[in-house]
Design a protein. Structure first.
Length: 476
């Protein structure tokens, strides 16, 4: 096997590169999105209420990961992961161009929908392809996903710095335009490095019969029509978007798990592994509901409560979104090396889920000493420390969850079980928008205390279930 990329197959470098640029564009846009929605028109924004702005951001984050179902279905049944990835990258670039060039609500609607569906297609396919680089029992697997995750965070670090500076000096639309350029660079690099993949991702795991294609096209048209009708009738509003996405995602997850578990295409052993994945799905939902507060509650917190003056210069609020990615860049290699060195002595994947969820609870409790102050009173170093806990929790759960999803996935549902993991992110992201609507900067203590305790309790429950989960996965 080719070992030229830090001891890993060279195809990992190709996927590392495209994901870096995709995350540059994604996080660069998302870092300024809430501000664009609630800043006044005089300041270049749309002037929406903060509660509506964070609901839209949460709903958009949920839609990104909800659309992984569509991307996974296309990869498994129509295009294969590799072509789905390529098409997703093109759609993402178009979405950023809509945000940059079309003013007002129309640009936001068209741009966010395109970026969401493009990202859903790209994320699922790239994750599956990373998994295909390794044999199921290859001990480099978790380390490879951690390196891949480092690429995600290099893009996540640079994107907010570039778009935040552009937004503060020139305006929001330049920031969105730079996100589009970043995705274009990622697409060009992927085309140049495509041959290094060695043919992975080409196979369509469960091809859709031609006589069923019209039916699925009709289903897609029906869904689009229903969304348009709900919007026209006023059922779908900015203020309730996150709640609607959370409900839809919950129903989709239940239906998807039921479909996989009842399928005649999976063996009894595969069914046991999927059942063991259920409590980890729940833990992941709680984790992401707190983690994605970076783009809702913490974005508002950075704008209104944080003292951002460093050596007499005020740091742009959007730059706060680069703190977590740079910490991941620093520590992802450390975690990858640690898992490799520990080998069979490392905690099991379910144990890592329990630790990661508990750390998120501790992070939110750390907001309590800074609660209750006035505008600009919270020290920036305090937030850096809290985001460090976010980072350690993320490295315990997120890349490990991706690796676990590819390992336990039934053969006929390779991309779709990864999509189910992303559905936990979708539900958590939507819930982050719902929860952020409850945040009151004048009464912070109940908010941070409730979220912290809830996450600690979830971590303890998963920890207690670790032996049962491990046994089901081994028996499968």
């Amino acid at each position: 096997m080719n070992r030229r990329f830090f001891g890993h197959p060279w195809g990992l470098a190709t996927l590392f590169s495209v994901e870096t640029w995709e995350r540059f564009s994604f996080y660069g846009m998302q870092a300024i999105l809430a501000y664009y929605l609630y800043f006044s028109v005089a300041d270049g924004g749309l002037g929406l209420p903060k509660s509506s702005a964070v609901s839209i951001v949460g709903a958009y984050g949920g839609l990104v990961y909800l659309s992984t179902i569509v991307g996974a279905w296309l990869a498994d049944r129509v295009l294969g992961p590799e072509r789905t990835l390529f098409g997703g990258a093109v759609v993402i670039m178009i979405g950023h161009l809509c945000l940059a060039l079309i003013p007002g609500v129309a640009g936001v609607g068209a741009g966010l929908v395109a970026v969401a569906f493009g990202s859903g297609a790209l994320k699922t396919s790239s994750t599956v392809m990373v998994g295909q680089l390794y044999a199921p029992d290859d001990r480099r697997r978790d380390a490879g996903f951690s390196l891949y995750y480092m690429g995600v965070n290099i893009g996540g670090f640079l994107g907010p710095l570039v778009t935040g500076a552009a937004q503060s000096r020139v305006g929001f639309h330049l920031g969105f335009g730079l996100a589009a350029i970043g995705m274009a660079l990622g697409l060009a690099g992927y085309i140049a490095m495509r041959r290094q993949l060695g043919g992975i991702g080409v196979e369509v795991a469960n091809p859709l019969p031609r006589d069923q294609r019209r039916r699925w096209i009709a289903v897609a048209a029906g869904v689009v029509g229903a969304v348009v009708l709900a919007t026209v009738l006023g059922w779908l509003r900015a203020s309730n978007l996150a709640t609607v996405v959370a409900v839809v995602t919950s129903l989709a997850a239940i239906a998807y798990f039921a479909h996989i578990l009842r399928s005649p295409l999976i063996s009894p052993g595969e069914r046991r592994r999927v059942l063991a994945f259920l409590p980890l799905f729940g833990a992941s939902v709680v984790f992401w509901a707190l983690y994605q507060q970076q783009f809702t509650t913490i974005a508002v917190y950075a704008d209104s409560r944080l003292n951002r003056r460093v050596f007499g210069w005020e740091v742009p609020a959007a730059w706060v979104q680069s703190i977590n990615p740079v910490l991941v860049i620093v520590f992802a290699g450390v975690f990858a090396a640690m898992w490799t060195a520990l080998g069979p002595a490392q905690p099991s994947a379910p144990a890592k889920f329990a630790i990661g969820t508990s750390l998120m609870g501790v992070a939110f409790l750390c907001f309590l000493p800074m609660a209750g102050g006035g505008p600009g009173s919270a020290p920036i170093l305090g937030l850096v420390g809290i985001l460090a806990l976010f980072t350690f929790a993320e490295l315990m759960l997120s890349p490990v969850g991706l690796s676990l999803a590819t390992r336990v996935a039934p053969r006929a549902f390779q991309s779709q079980l990864v999509a189910l993991f992303f559905l936990s992110v979708a539900l958590g992201s939507a819930l982050s928008g719902v929860l952020a609507g409850k945040y009151d900067e004048h009464h912070e203590t109940p908010f941070f205390l409730t979220l912290g305790v809830a996450s600690l309790v979830t971590g303890a429950l998963v920890g207690a279930a670790v032996p049962w989960i491990n046994a089901r996965m081994r028996d499968g």
